[in-house]
Design a protein around this ligand. Sequence first.
Ligand code: XLS
Ligand code: NI
Ligand code: NI
Length: 438
Amino acid sequence: MSLFSDIAPVRFEGPDTANEYAFRVYDKDRQVLGKRMEDWLRCAVCYWHSFNWPGQDIFGAGTLPRPWLGPSITQAMADAKLDAAFDFLSRLGLPYFTFHDVDAMATATTLKEHEHNLKIIEAHIQEKMAATGVKLLWGTANLFSHPRYAAGAATSTDPEVYGWAAAQVRGCLEVTHRLGGDNYVLWGGREGYDSLLNTDLKRELDHYGRFLSMVVEHKHRIGFKGSILIEPKPFEPTKHQYDRDVAAVYAFLQRYGLAKEVKVNIEVNHATLAGLDFEHEVAAALTYGIFGSIDINRGDPRNGWDTDQFPNNAQELVPAFVALIEGGGFSTGGFNFDAKLRRQSVDPADLYLAHISGIDTLARALLAASDVVTERKLAELKKARYGGWDGELGQRIESGSLNLATLADLATAENFQPTVRSGRQELAESLIARHCKY
Ligand code: XLS
Ligand code: NI
Ligand code: NI
């Protein structure tokens, strides 16, 4: 029995059900474009927002009943949290979870203690995973909450802090490996700066590049086959985060020779904070060949911080799903619900309702996007728009057989008189909207 035991295991009951604790659209075995829905979405519940956050904000204390939380977490508290978390996970019926080292373990003050406490909880997590069949999508080390990380972890001004970060990442990467995790994530929590006046940008970036290289090297040393993922975010907590968006991460990876080793974990609310569409980030990552996984949530269009709300608007997600489907779907990644309740959502039932609605939203977006892709009209519209490039001139340019001078001479000699052609944007938007019927 736990806080979450009052709800019966959540099942698919179809759109007409009167049961709020059932999936209306998410039918995990339903075939979509030759793959089960569960295998397209690969959904995960995150440990931190769901079980490790008492509902505090910068103006007030926690509101949510989470009896296993306190200023310092004992092993008994960590175990009670684990019981409750896996009770929830198995009742919700999603295949994966994600966690930070410190979300799950008892509080430690030294690195020896940290290793010890992590080992204890690892064994308990292993038992829970075996008993429930829930798998690990990714693990990550929290390198931002403790005061020691105030000036960053891999970009800290203090090499001893850098050493702490190395120890935490080694520990959590190895645990993730032993638990069969599919990915290991690094969100650069405080890797950034608040003022350039006191910041040595080059030195910090070089330290960060070296850190990531050490992580990749260790991954290979221990034989971890999953993906290493960086999670971009433009700001918060620092004014300027180094991993501000997919393009910045790609430039960083190239600079340090890691573009073939590291991919990205894209978060919806981080993309929008960066002033970008979520689908832009997905398409950019696919284009650069660094698409990894997704933290699914949403921001509020009227304020500018990471509100981490549960997704509830399928239509808004369809363009990203079209890109995802056309890109072949996830390999090691999935949709991690990096989303949290509101402070007034104090009933244990609210955590179910939030996830159920979020998962159905993803299922709706998947079905709509699969119709868009199957119909092919959008793909044809796009292809036709670039039709000129398939002709003789376009092919000569694309193949590199013209240089600036020969092309300029050709354009002049043949008196090119191009005219504006319709971009068919309204039709493209309509092709999305008409399929949002689930
Ligand atoms: C914070 C991030 C964080 C990462 C994991 O904004 O989204 O939750 O996903 O460290
Ligand atoms: Ni995230
Ligand atoms: Ni976030």
